[in-house]
Each structure stands twice: as C-alpha cells, then as structure tokens.
Design a protein around this ligand. Structure first.
Ligand SMILES: Nc1nc2c(ncn2[C@@H]2O[C@H](COP(=O)(O)OP(=O)(O)OP(=O)(O)O)[C@@H](O)[C@H]2O)c(=O)[nH]1
Ligand SMILES: [Mg+2]
Ligand SMILES: [Zn+2]
Length: 291
C-alpha cells in the first residue's frame, strides 16, 4: 500500500484537480462521487501512477468562499485570506454583484478589497472610482490599478496571503494576475462591446505563486452570486453598517423591509445607510426567502 502524502490543490477542473506536493504536481480525482474539493484545499493523496493520484482526505479549512447556483453550492476557493473583488469601468460592473461578493466574504470571515482595474480609461475610471468610494466608508479599501500599466498599489494587500480574485467576466482578473506574476500566463480574452460583457474566458479556478508566502487564485467570471447558504435571519448582521441598529427595531423579528418602528429603515432615512446597500440587502433577502 502506498503511503498518503500531503498536497495543495492548485487547480480545479470540474471533477479533476491539479495537486502540488513537494516539487511535483499530480493530476488527481476524488474517491467515489465526492466533489467538495476546492482550489486552495490542503489534501492527502494516494499516488496511482508517477503523475496521478486520488484525493483521500480534505484537511480542515480556515475558510471557504462559495456561492450557490440553483440549489447547488459551487466552491470558489478554500483557505483564502483575502477576496479581491475586481471591477472595471468597461464592461459596466454591477453594484449588486459587488455587494453579494462582499456579503459572501463577510459570511466566510474573509477580508475583502475592491480592485478598480482599467484605471487607464480616463474619465470613465474616475467616475467608477467616485462611485466606489462609498465602500471605503464601510471599511473596504478600494484600490485603483491598471493591469496594462501599473498594479503595484495592490501588492501590499497581497503579501503573505492567499488571495482569490473574483468578479464579473471581462473585468481583468486574469490580466491582473499576469501583470503581478508574468510567468502565470493565464489566458485572457476579449470583451463584447455590443453586449457590454466579458466572454467567460477563464473556466476553472487556478492558483499561482506570487512569492514564497503569497498566492493568487484566478477564478471564472460570474454573472450572479447566489447566497443560498446564508441564513435569512442572519443576513442583516453581514451588512456591517446595519449592526448598530439591529435589535433596536420595534419588532424583534423585524426584516427591515417595511415594518413600522424599524431602526434600520430610520437610519436609512437619516442618511446613515445608503440606498444601494439597503436595496442590496432587500434584494438578497428576497432571494433567500423565496427559495
Ligand atoms: N484598458 C484596459 N484593458 C484591460 C485592462 N486589464 C484587462 N483589460 C482587457 O479586458 C479584457 C478582459 O480581460 P481578462 O483578464 O480576460 O478578464 P477576466 O476578468 O479574467 O475575464 P473572465 O476570465 O472571462 O472572467 C481583455 O481584453 C483585456 O485586455 C486594463 O488595465 N486596461
Ligand atoms: Mg479570466
Ligand atoms: Zn428593522
């Protein structure tokens, strides 16, 4: 019987995984129908040939970033320290998706930064930056970079961490990773100007090494970020600026949608909670209650 060796999942292609162990890499599958393995997982594998193996065990995770697609959970990456939410002025980014990414990171206990890419696009980039500045007041840094010109502003956030780059297709996640790690050679693609969208170039999560202590994970662009794994009655806590008001509503089971004496709605009317965030909260809540 061959002994088990420890490895790190550096790419996940459907039910196939690339696992790094020591100086070598192995193409791996899981035992049976188990498929809850994510890029970034630490695993134990058994070799079945000089370059192939079977994942026998997934080690306990420090964090797991995932989203729901229909009623299934889709793992994005495991053991992540930082979520880099990549947005750009072109194609247009959706605030609602940014908020869903932020809530997913908050639910998973992972730090987040918003990275505004394509800041070489002049006025459009300036406008996007102004709109994003609201997130800074929520304690989420907004970093302006251009994958085509200069990405150094992002580096201090990445050092010593495992960072997952997430966001809509065409925002430049793979371009940023290539700018940070030229050897990464992650495939990048065009955008469709007519559809104002990316073309879903990246199709699997893949991890790259920035330096001895830092790794970056590229992930496929997403159009929606399902949050079915979040409990409806815990959602308000994930909106950090709501927290001072929670527990002060007239009804203890207040959902903060229309109830009289709602402290969250009162705070919104007083300008303490933005329209965008209240709308994001209500949109997510609706999707959770309706499921
Ligand atoms: N002007 C400008 N264009 C950029 C920049 N970064 C990326 N792009 C362009 O944006 C397009 C999409 O880039 P990708 O890196 O493939 O985007 P992605 O987010 O990885 O997209 P998916 O893999 O589909 O999720 C490409 O045409 C890039 O050349 C930038 O800083 N400035
Ligand atoms: Mg990509
Ligand atoms: Zn309320």
């Amino acid at each position: 019987m061959t002994e088990l060796r420890e490895g790190l999942v550096i790419a996940s292609y459907g039910r196939h995984y690339q696992v790094e162990s020591g100086d070598a890499q192995y193409e791996c599958v899981t035992r049976g129908r188990q498929s809850d393995v994510a890029c970034g997982d630490k695993v134990k594998l058994k070799l079945t040939s000089p370059n192939q193996g079977v994942i026998e065990t997934v080690m306990p995770r420090t964090s797991l970033l995932h989203r729901s697609v229909a009623h299934r959970s889709k793992l994005i990456a495991a053991n992540v320290d930082l979520t880099v939410i990549v947005v750009a002025p072109v194609p247009s980014y959706y605030d609602l998706l940014v908020n869903r990414c932020l809530i997913a990171a908050e639910a998973a206990g992972i730090e987040a930064v918003i990275c505004l890419n394509k800041s070489d696009l002049g006025e459009l980039a300036d406008l996007a930056y102004q709109q994003l500045s609201a997130y800074i007041t929520l304690g989420c840094p907004v970093v302006r970079v251009s994958a085509h010109h200069d990405v150094t502003a992002l580096l201090p956030y990445l050092r010593g961490k495992i960072s997952a780059f997430v966001g809509q297709s065409g925002m430049g996640k793979s371009s940023l990773i290539n700018a940070l790690i030229p050897a990464a050679d992650s495939v990048t693609g065009d955008i469709s100007v007519a559809l104002d969208s990316g073309k879903h170039t990246t199709t699997s999560a893949k991890m790259y090494q920035l330096d001895a202590t830092s790794r970056l994970i590229d992930s496929p662009g997403m159009q929606a970020f399902g949050l079915n794994h979040v409990k409806a009655d815990e959602l308000d806590q994930l909106f950090i600026e709501f927290r001072p008001y929670i527990g002060h509503c007239r009804f203890s089971n207040c959902k903060h949608t229309h109830e009289p004496g709602c402290a969250v709605l009162t705070a919104h009317q007083a300008g303490k909670i933005s329209d965008t965030r209240l709308a994001a909260y209500q949109d997510i809540l609706k999707s959770l209650i309706g499921k």
